[in-house]
Design a protein around this ligand. Structure first.
Ligand code: GDP
Length: 298
């Protein structure tokens, strides 16, 4: 069995391919970007994983449901309330169901299990923890939630610090502990190392487990740029080089193999094996090819 650590764009793309050729895996997902909007809890990374594994994701944007409509969002706007985030009607149904389950006393893990079963997904999808953790970005415009920084302010402010608010109280769920015990290998997909994988490995217990596993990570950085998103800004702010080597540095304590893109220069890393392939996933075939490459390594 393979454990996959995921954020909300790069790794869901990989999972979209992996599920075509292999089914003995489970996913542990970042929840530090979760936010309550219009009365409902949105778990952007969890939902992208659910939508990717159930073939419902919008593969243009890599968030939300394909061919969704935005009637409720637009109606709210015309009534004078801007949600700050464009939420699709079908996507909103996911948020409503999850929030109702939470309001009825289910844990986040239980609510996600019910949801992913409704989407017909066989594999387990776990939140990194049940407790609420929020990524806050300290910027030249003040402290803001990750979603305000990325969606509201389009990632423009200067970043000086990243805080995972609530992380001290976060615990690895027992269900994750049990399954991690049973697997030998962990794949860290091409996700933002700071704000997607960073919160997971900051929850007490994950690093200790990862040190005992064979860990293969795919770099989300090609050359000195991420394929998408704010990873470069965050890596720079924390003093990491924006390069595949910088990504490996974030994972230094537990990484065994770093997969970099074939467009990258050859180089060596003293604490990990480096291997190259085409890591750009535009279509299903690309994701299947990368998943196959990872299975060969494992
Ligand atoms: P977020 O929660 O939306 O930030 O999603 P992730 O952290 O899972 O994914 C964002 C990261 O995925 C970015 O740093 C991108 O560079 C990377 N990424 C997205 N698509 C690809 C791809 O096709 N190949 C590679 N190598 N990285 C990708």
């Amino acid at each position: 069995m393979i454990a996959v650590l995921s954020g909300g764009t790069g790794t869901p793309k990989l999972l979209w391919g992996l599920k075509e050729i292999y089914d003995d895996f489970f996913v542990v997902v970042n929840t530090a970007e979760d936010v309550w909007v219009s009365g409902n809890k949105i778990c952007p990374d969890i939902d992208s994983v659910i939508y990717a594994l159930s073939e419902s994701i919008d593969t243009e944007t890599w968030w939300g449901i394909a061919d969704d409509t935005f009637t409720t969002h637009e109606r709210l706007k015309s009534l004078g309330f801007d949600e700050g985030m464009r939420i699709g009607d079908l996507d909103r149904a996911t948020h409503i169901l999850r929030s109702e389950l939470l309001r009825k006393g289910k844990s986040l893990l239980q609510a996600i299990r019910i949801l992913k079963n409704s989407f017909g997904i066989k594999q387990e999808i776990f939140p990194m923890c049940n407790e609420e953790v929020s990524t806050l970005i300290e910027t030249n415009e003040g402290l803001m939630h990750f979603q305000n920084f990325w969606v509201g302010r389009k990632g423009e402010p200067e970043v000086s610090k990243i805080i995972f608010n609530g992380i001290e109280k976060a615990r690895m769920p027992e269900e994750v502990k049990d399954l991690l015990k049973q697997c030998d290998s962990v794949v860290i997909g091409p996700s933002n190392p700071i704000t997607s994988i960073g919160p997971i490995i900051s929850v007490k217990g994950y690093v200790e487990v990862l040190k005992r596993k064979r860990v293969v990570a795919v770099s989300p950085i090609i050359g000195n740029k991420p394929v998408s998103g704010p990873a470069a800004k965050f890596m720079r702010a924390l003093g990491y080089e924006v390069s595949p080597a910088g990504v490996a540095e974030v994972y230094r304590d537990f990484i065994d193999v770093l997969v970099i893109d074939e467009r990258d220069a050859d180089y060596e890393i003293e604490f990990a094996e480096v291997t190259k392939t085409d890591t750009i996933m535009k279509e299903k075939g690309d994701a299947v090819r990368l998943a196959n490459f990872l299975l060969d390594i494992l």
